[in-house]
Design a protein around this ligand. Structure first.
Ligand SMILES: [Zn+2]
Length: 161
């Protein structure tokens, strides 16, 4: 079986984030590289931060999707540097996240001592009149917000750099 790298990447892109099933690992930007070494598919991913321990599930799912496509040997390399940041999330990923009811990260992360506060948009009514309820939402990578216009609480996917 001969597959192009693009085809292998397409297969790997079927794997979704276990916590946010509408987002594929390609949408999240954690799928770095897919290659073939002999008869082994080598997938390189950069994990999101340790608060989102989804890597075991993603590694397992990669094994499953490649086996379904006829590849029995899969190796997953985790590359920690450069560290994943929410900037790597694709625009289509951000759109899907918002449609799912989670406000996508806005702006870019900042490594200096001054952090730039960006208004978080309500995924329900798109109002920017929102407030943070809690730094920690359902998982460590999200925080809990509430819209002051429609009063809906929602998760915000924190900017990480
Ligand atoms: Zn709202």
């Amino acid at each position: 079986m001969i597959a192009t790298i693009a085809e292998l990447r397409e297969i790997a892109s079927r794997v979704t984030d276990p916590e946010i099933p509408v987002l594929t690992i390609a949408d999240l930007g954690i799928l770095r590289d897919v290659d073939m070494e002999g008869d082994t598919v080598v997938v390189t991913i950069t994990p999101t931060y340790s608060g989102c321990p989804a890597m075991d599930a993603i590694t397992e799912d990669l094994g499953i999707v490649f086996k379904e496509s006829g590849y029995d040997n899969v190796r997953v390399n985790l590359v920690l540097s450069p560290a994943w940041s929410t900037d790597w999330m694709t625009e289509s990923g951000k759109t899907k996240l918002e449609a799912y009811g989670i406000a996508p990260p806005t702006g870019t992360g900042h490594r200096g001592p001054v952090t730039l506060g960006m208004a978080v948009k309500c995924p329900q009514c798109h109002s920017l009149n929102t407030k943070e309820l809690s730094r920690f939402g359902s998982t460590a990578c999200k925080s809990m917000y509430q819209c002051k216009d429609c009063l809906e609480p929602f998760d915000y996917f924190k900017v990480l750099s």
